[in-house]
Design a protein around this ligand. Sequence first.
Ligand code: SAM
Length: 389
Amino acid sequence: MRFDNQLRIAASIIEDYNFEMPLSRFLANYFRKNKQMGSKDRKTASDLVYSYFRLGRSLQKQPVEECLLVAQFLCRSSFSPLLDQLQPVFNQQIELPLDEKFAYLKTLYPTFNPSLLFPFSNELSDGVDKETFVLSQLNQPKLFIRVRKGETERVELKLREFEIPFEKLSSTCFAFKNTTKLDHLFEGIVPRPFEIQDYSSQSTGTYFKPAQWEQWWDCCAASGGKSLMLYEQEPGIKLLVSDIRESILDNLDERFKAAGIKGYHRKELDLTKNLEPFLPGREFDGIILDAPCSGSGTWGRTPEMVSNFEDGKIEWFSSLQKRIATNIVKWLKPGKPLIYITCSAFKKENEEVMNFISSELGFEIESYQLLKGYENFADTMFVARLIKK
Ligand SMILES: C[S@@+](CC[C@H](N)C(=O)[O-])C[C@H]1O[C@@H](n2cnc3c(N)ncnc32)[C@H](O)[C@@H]1O
């Protein structure tokens, strides 16, 4: 397909996209309806559209096609055949450091403002390097897997057999280019020797520390990313998983089955409601609250969120998190841990909620960490281990 045609298609996708579903799903639907697009055209269109959203609010009031070219200029650091044809002057400077690219763009667009690649930097948690975080929005994060204990060699051999490039960050964490396909590697093998799981998400597991026979509750379990880690650390636990969405717990069942895990309990629970009728006489030795949040630490994967997010939502999530925490802590035994997790980079959802749990709900902060995924092409997350007094 010709480059100007590719640009036009990307612009029309952007104009049609109304933020009602994740961009990834919208693109998948679009490609299903436009079967004439080959895999190379689909890849180019996705790349153009994703790069466009990575501009956040830095370049406003410019025609979409122009923004698409600027986005390619900023997101790429090596020769682009498309820019070569449509905007050669960008291609001639494609290898420049970002600050020089920014300076050049300001000469073309005086209102261009790179700090608006991420317009909420005043809301970031303590310890986030604002500039690095903002610039990281231009990068596509990597894909990570968590390798089950004792399976490192088998997984490595398989990856070599299929000639899949990877980086080994530790014996249990491997990184890949984001578009890598891995599903076919151990198809039908139970338990599958690895799980897809972000690097920072894997790090939250070090805060769990479960002991045999303990009763744990993963109260926002979704498809079970944290529960799978918990189980691997201590297969002897008794586990309750819950979520407000019944359908996502079906996904959890599938993943647990693939991991060979049985004997857990699941419940559909809205944690903002009265939970008394659903948890009679229950007491837990550990609760994981992987809270609903803005997801701002993962917007490198969903850059469309940056232009669509409203500041007021941060406060809304923070209140929801406090409300949920207040509602669940009565089911935790004294002396036992609440693991509070978000995939947000915002202080109001992280430190502020942690401090609320400590001061208002009677917990001691044992340890906490902002997981700076932006330094590793991974998600930025927050984790705290709080002990009930
Ligand atoms: C960050 S996700 C959990 C991710 C999951 N722990 C994992 O590791 O894959 C937050 C989850 O909270 C759930 N949630 C949102 N509001 C809720 C509520 N009021 N009660 C219970 N769960 C809720 C969402 O459905 C979502 O699945």
